[in-house]
Write a protein that binds this ligand. Structure first.
Ligand SMILES: C[S@@+](CC[C@H](N)C(=O)[O-])C[C@H]1O[C@@H](n2cnc3c(N)ncnc32)[C@H](O)[C@@H]1O
Length: 257
């Protein structure tokens, strides 16, 4: 069976190289018959790429749409699978992060996409303030829609983290918890993020590396923190998904001192 991800009513399938179009369409028809909830089957045609981390897909069967309706953690999300990054595999991460938020916290989600971390955190009801910053116009538009759809209060800010955070500094905004749902790109965004952290702010940093590179990634974060004049105290490291052979998305939790 070809690997696939289901996003609500849409199924996205990655076929082995050389699979004929006829076989792919046959798979799509059979999949929809066996999974009546799925009304569209798309083929993943490209790797996730670019700053917006968007994939590309091709319609194979069912309703001709790229817009998915998806439910998790008691919330619902609408998104276009070609113009927005979204991983259903992070549902457990979002649940865990939301469960760590304490009453009255001001929470900032960086690289927030269509709003899943921010909405699940806001829905949990503990935070007094939830802000989500996302570069892409389309994902930000969907994030606003998802906020309304879930009847929660989240401030959605469209823009580059590196430009938005200095504006927050000017406005003297600080946060108690920051989720850095970073893309798998080189920029850490850590230095501008530390400028909106108070003493005691908890940061959940998502980083990607081969397991042999984990210690190096941790050290690089501590060094960058020191250069920014802040001491970072790592409290935990967790594998939050695999991205290749012995390569993982890690969540590094640290407190800013
Ligand atoms: C790994 S995705 C995470 C999306 C979302 N948090 C989720 O869990 O589905 C990374 C997101 O970062 C956004 N992004 C990339 N560079 C950015 C930047 N400089 N400022 C703000 N957002 C950025 C991308 O558009 C993408 O939506």
């Amino acid at each position: 069976m070809a690997p696939y991800d289901c996003l609500g009513t849409i199924c996205l399938v990655k076929f082995p190289r050389g699979t004929k179009l006829r076989e792919k369409k046959g798979f799509a028809a059979l999949f929809m018959r066996e999974h009546p909830r799925i009304t569209t089957v798309l083929e993943k045609t490209g790797k996730i790429s670019g700053r917006l981390r968007t994939p590309t897909s091709r319609w194979l069967g069912g309703e001709k749409t790229k817009e998915a309706f998806y439910a998790e953690n008691g919330c619902v999300f609408r998104l276009n699978v070609d113009s927005c990054y979204f991983s259903p595999r992070l549902a457990e991460e979002r649940k865990q992060t939301a469960s760590m938020v304490k009453k009255g916290e001001r929470v900032l989600v960086l690289c927030g996409g269509v709003g899943p971390f921010a909405v699940v955190i806001a829905k949990a009801g503990k935070a007094t303030e939830v802000v989500s910053v996302e570069l892409g116009k389309e994902p930000s538009r969907y994030a606003l829609d998802n906020v309304k759809r879930n009847k929660v209060r989240v401030e959605v800010v469209q823009g580059d983290v590196k430009k938005v955070l200095p504006r927050f500094v000017k406005a003297r905004r600080v946060f108690d918890r920051i989720v850095m749902a970073r893309p798998n790109l080189t920029d850490t965004f850590l230095t501008p993020t530390l400028a909106v952290a108070r003493k005691g702010t908890m940061i959940h940093y998502y980083g990607f590396c081969h397991e042999d590179g984990l210690e190096g990634m941790k050290t690089a974060l501590l060094v960058e923190g020191k250069k920014a004049g802040r001491k970072l105290q790592i409290q935990g490291v967790k594998k939050a998904g695999d991205i290749g052979t012995r390569k993982y998305r890690y969540r590094i939790d640290f407190v800013v001192r």
